[in-house]
Design a protein around this ligand. Sequence first.
Ligand code: SF4
Length: 404
Amino acid sequence: MLIQATCAGCACLCDDIVVEKNGEFKVKNACRRGAGIFLNYLEGRAKPSINGETSSLEEAIERASEIIADSKKLAVYGMDTITLEAQKLAIKIAEKTDAFIDDCSSFCLGNFVEACLRGEIPTTTLDYVRDNAYVIIYWGANPVHSSPRHMSRYSYFPRGKNRQRGYEEDRFLVVIDVRKDHTSKIVKKNEVFIEPESDAELIDSFVKIMEGKAAKYSGEVAGILREIKKGDAVVFGGLGLRYGLEGDFKKFYNLLRKLNEFSKVYFIPAGFHSNMRGFNESLFEKTGYVNRYSFGEQTSRKEFEFSKLLTSSIPDTTLIIGSDPVNSLPFDVSMHLSKINTITIDPRRTFTTEISDVVIPSSISGVENGGTMVRSDGVKIKLNSVFENKFDDTYILERILERI
Ligand code: SF4
């Protein structure tokens, strides 16, 4: 039997995956990481537990609900790998308990997503890029590692409706990074690599050259501007750009607007968890903010970032869904989790489940449950289930919501 599936391994959300279940279990079209998600879906699974003792799933849900109902300051965190349907339930739990809510976008690419949602920068879809874009700029993003099929499905390599000659003649790639990364190394044709000492200086160079003045990276920048004049361009901005800007996002957004006086230049954030943008959009729809939100104070502030809440010892309880902060946050931050009530909902055993008071195992989105996620460009993508597991995040979060 052949099953059409969507991979939720990264925000590319490849919806052309075919899973063959008859005889040998095979996964077609996925990258190595994506194939592994399907092929190894039974490995390293979490088990329900309370205070380190094995329990039933219902007992774990019941205990989690009691802890949340008794908590004075709850922080809900994660949610970037669960479906939109489950994210909306988690937001409802946070709203009902006047909790803090945050995801990893507050230290990842939330600022860029917010600028797209507020219409502060011109953006487009990956399908438009595939069909029309001539200049592809990866700025502080390394898709070969973060989103392995990004270049082959949407940007440099594919033939598009109006880019039939593909990368041989119809694409021009620019890679801007602090070192010659794999994205730059695999390209042999029509490419410029820039290793800037500072992103701010490089932005200044673009502006100066457009104004006819001399600038530090004049050779490379003048060449890129010449190519941009020939056709539509897109900038894929990653974590390297986010941190390279050192908080001065306006400088970069002004550059994008100025480039649009030359030609059509779009921006799409690149290289993050499968449904981080979905969380940003769901919270934005509800509150007008994309992350670091307090339902108690009805606003978003930097101090409400999950890691800052932990270091300030503000929450007495955390509900972590589909995330492993013990693995991703600095040790001195995540160690605070062991001092408060920690409830974790996750399909797999992680460092965070190991230190959690209550562990509730869930199904794997895109493998054992369907639903909807939002791709990095804001397009909603449907997920199918390949195997049956009715205990998905929505089932668990609905039970908790009923009981608090
Ligand atoms: S690129 Fe991302 S979504 Fe596509 S198959 Fe690989 S891991 Fe999955």
